[in-house]
Design a protein around this ligand. Sequence first.
Ligand SMILES: [Cu+2]
Length: 76
Amino acid sequence: MAENYEKKEITLAIDGMHCEHCAQTIEREVGRLNGVSKVYVILRDNAAQVVYDPNETSVDEIIKTISEAGFSAKEA
Ligand SMILES: [Cu+2]
């Protein structure tokens, strides 16, 4: 583990989820990003909690990944 390892947690508001499958797609795609250590999607709140290392990825990259999966996201 790098010495400059950091953890940040963000909550994103997600638009476009219809079912548990959508939630799982987001969890899988965001979970694939380098630096993401935890992603938890709450379907009924249209929200996602992500724990990530800002040295390895960024909120912009996480949001872009969610858009590429077919949903829209913004910081809550
Ligand atoms: Cu769905």
